[in-house]
Structures are given as structure tokens and as C-alpha cells.
Design a protein around this ligand. Structure first.
Ligand code: HGY
Ligand code: MN
Ligand code: MN
Length: 398
């Protein structure tokens, strides 16, 4: 099987141009640019001899016939300020391998671009619903930070839907290429990462309600300042989590909204996202306990009303050993001594696919480990090496 690097790179840059903003891309799930990109991808799939198929939430498949096939792909939606490769690389590499496989007379490879992997509404929402990790009715109630519901988002693609959710049983496995989005391969000068496992995650929205008041005339001891509550929670949490975390554990308050958000008004309300990730379910649980305890303590001490939204999340998942060794052998052939086995600190749709089939992932380096940022980038030779490793591994599966 001979992938065509020029064809692959051109199609990758063509996709980049849809929603391009400077060196980055803005294609949040169900935005006009996301939908435009999916329509473009559907035409690319058809052109490659695959049958385009949109499911009810906008996951776009390119099906290789009606029989069993290996599924490859990723997602084409992006973060609000997305890099040009996060997700897009995996979709276009999968398409190139599917093309090369067709030209070589097999194996049958179907391609997918999952929807809302970036969790504008939930967490890897499109692939989670497809895999049965969350019912459509439940997903439809998920709300983005702009207040729109998942039902309203996916309604924008209703005219494109081909039919019901595809049975995951039709696919023999799932292989995804992705940028590492971290610093390890770039720092070590290695070209390829063979992923061993993907972390688990927990996400919740927390609201602290105090009292808006005059920033000049309200004495400090009489304030019920929601931002001060958030600030104290954050500091106390950092101190307390130290006892249960490892160097790989991460936790993030990434989205904060203050009301009324005026320079001369004591913030009466703070709504913020609380997200934590680790490879160990038990540690995720212990962290949850510390988070709930600490926020309740701080809110109580400051006379702030506390409300905690529903917690959503994904469990840690191990990659399939057989698929991993196919990737490892291919990596050794294409980049001898310049590859490693490594865990993924980022989430991926492979976690959803793993509910039904063997899955594996391949990483290529991110320059300076930057991602979820317009500056995200990978050296072209690393993109091509990743493609060659992917094609070689898939060919070896027969
Ligand atoms: O957040 C993540 O890990 C993924 O990039 N959405
Ligand atoms: Mn991604
Ligand atoms: Mn991402």
C-alpha cells in the first residue's frame, strides 16, 4: 500500500482553509464553518470511492462498502481557538490510507469525522452518543457556554442526516492518528508515539452566588464576593490535591464567568468549569471528594450559595495490544529508534470506539508541545512519517 504524501498534505491544507484564522482554525461543533467542512469532507469521501453517511448527531462516515471494514479517523470540529491539526490530521491521514488501500485492492477502510469531540456541549459528545455512552435524549439537554443546547446545535445539520446511528459492530477496529498536543516527542526529538492508554476525565460546572455590591463603599468584611470564593477555592484545592496526585494528574478551571463583571462592582456570581484527568479511576474519585469538600467549605465560610451541576466524564482506557504492536513494528521500520510507547493526556474519540472494538492511536510531535492554540504546528516531515507508519501498520493487519 503506497500512501501519496503530496495528495495527503494538499487535502490537509485544503481542510485548514475552511475556518482559517491566521495560522489556526475556528470550526466549533455545528458552526457554519464546521458544517461547511463536513460537507467538503463528504465530497472528498465520495471522490475517494467511499459512501458519505451523516448520522443523527452529525458524525460523518465515509463507508467502504456494506461489509466489515477497519474504521479510521478523528474529528474535524475545533476548540474556540483551534490548531489546524487537532483532529483534522487524523481525518485526512485516514482518508489518504483509505485511498491507498483502495488503489492497492484492500483492506476495506472506512473513515470518520466525529462531531463535537472538542466538547463544546459535553465531552467527545458525538462519538459518545454513537457508541451508546450517552443517550441522544440526555445529550440533547447538554448546553454550551453560550446557552445553546445540543438539540439546537445538531438541528443545524438535520438536512444532512443520512439515517440512524451506524452499528459499531460493522467495524473490525478503530485506528486514529493525532498530534501529541504535549511536549514529550518534540523535546526528545522522536518522530512517533504509539499510545498505550488514554486518561479518564471528570467535568462539572460550579456556581458561587454572593452579593453584587459597590466596590468603593462595601467594607471588605461585609462582602459576599463570589470571585474571592473562587480564588480561595482554587488555592486551597491546589494545596489539598498535592496529597493524592501524580506528576501526570491534571486539573483545570478553564472557563470562568463573573456577574455582573463590572470593574466597580463586587462580583455577586461566579460560574466556572472544574475539569480533572488521570489514568486511574480511583484517583479521579478521590479528587472528586476533595473538590466537593473544599468548595462546600469555602462557600460556607464566605456565606456564598453553592450549586454544582451534573458531573460528566469518561473512564481511562487501554489501547489494544495487537494493534499497538502493529503500530510499533511500523514505527520501528519507518523511524528506527525514534519512537516510544506513551499515554495520552488528551481525550480522543478512540475512548468511545473502545466500547465496541479494539482501538489504537498514533501520535506525531507538536512543536513546543503547543495545542488548543492558533500556534499549534507539526513539522511536515513528521506528518509524512506518521502517515507512512499508519499505512504500513494497517497494511500489516491485512
Ligand atoms: O480536551 C481534550 O483532551 C480534547 O482535545 N478535546
Ligand atoms: Mn483532538
Ligand atoms: Mn482538542
Amino acid at each position: 500500500m503506497q500512501p501519496n504524501p503530496e495528495r495527503f498534505l494538499k487535502s490537509l491544507h485544503d481542510l485548514r482553509s475552511i475556518g482559517a484564522v491566521g495560522t489556526g482554525v475556528v470550526r466549533p461543533a455545528y458552526s457554519d464553518k464546521d458544517i461547511e467542512a463536513r460537507k467538503w469532507l463528504a465530497a472528498q469521501f465520495r471522490d475517494a470511492g467511499l459512501t458519505p453517511y451523516f448520522d443523527p448527531v452529525g458524525n460523518l462516515f465515509g463507508l467502504a462498502g456494506d461489509g466489515p471494514s477497519l474504521l479510521m479517523g478523528s474529528h474535524s470540529d475545533t476548540q474556540p481557538e483551534g490548531g489546524w491539526l487537532d483532529g483534522a490530521l487524523g481525518v485526512m491521514a485516514a482518508l489518504e490510507v483509505a485511498r491507498a488501500a483502495k488503489e492497492a485492492g484492500g483492506p476495506a477502510i472506512s473513515v470518520v469525522s466525529f462531531q463535537d469531540e472538542e466538547g463544546r456541549y459535553g465531552v467527545t459528545t458525538g462519538s459518545t452518543v454513537w457508541a451508546g455512552g450517552r443517550s441522544l435524549a440526555e445529550a440533547d439537554k447538554l448546553t454550551a457556554s453560550d446557552g445553546t443546547t445540543y438539540a439546537e446545535g445538531r438541528a443545524k445539520m438535520a438536512d444532512l442526516v443520512s439515517g440512524d446511528f451506524l452499528d459499531p459492530g460493522r467495524f473490525t477496529g478503530y485506528v486514529e492518528m493525532h498530534i501529541e498536543q504535549g511536549p514529550y516527542l518534540d523535546t526528545s526529538g522522536e518522530a512517533v508515539g504509539v499510545v498505550s492508554s488514554i486518561v479518564g476525565i471528570r467535568v462539572m460546572e460550579i456556581t458561587l452566588t454572593g452579593q453584587s455590591n459597590h466596590a468603593g463603599t462595601t467594607p471588605m468584611h461585609l462582602r459576599r464576593d463570589a470571585f474571592q470564593g473562587l480564588a480561595e477555592f482554587n488555592q486551597t484545592l491546589n494545596d489539598r490535591l498535592r496529597n493524592v496526585v501524580t506528576p501526570e494528574t491534571v486539573w483545570t478551571i478553564g472557563h470562568v464567568s463573573l456577574t455582573p463583571n463590572g470593574a466597580s462592582i463586587v462580583p455577586g456570581k461566579a460560574v466556572f468549569s472544574m475539569q480533572w484527568r488521570d489514568g486511574d479511576t480511583d484517583r479521579l474519585k478521590r479528587m472528586e471528594g476533595i473538590i466537593r469538600e473544599t468548595i462546600a467549605e469555602v462557600a460556607g465560610a464566605r456565606g456564598l450559595e453553592l450549586s454544582i451541576g451534573p458531573m460528566i466524564g469518561l473512564e481511562p482506557v487501554a489501547m489494544d495490544a495487537q494493534l499497538q504492536s502493529a503500530l510499533a513494528e511500523a514505527a520501528e521500520a519507518e523511524a528506527p529508534g525514534k519512537w516510544r510507547h506513551m499515554p495520552s493526556g488528551a481525550l480522543h474519540d478512540a475512548t468511545s470506539a473502545a466500547r465496541h472494538m479494539p482501538v489504537a492511536m498514533l501520535f506525531v510531535p507538536s512543536i513546543n508541545g503547543i495545542s488548543h492554540n492558533f500556534d499549534e504546528d507539526t513539522r511536515e516531515e513528521d506528518l509524512v512519517t506518521g502517515l507512512k507508519v499508519l499505512a504500513r501498520a494497517v497494511a500489516s493487519l491485512g
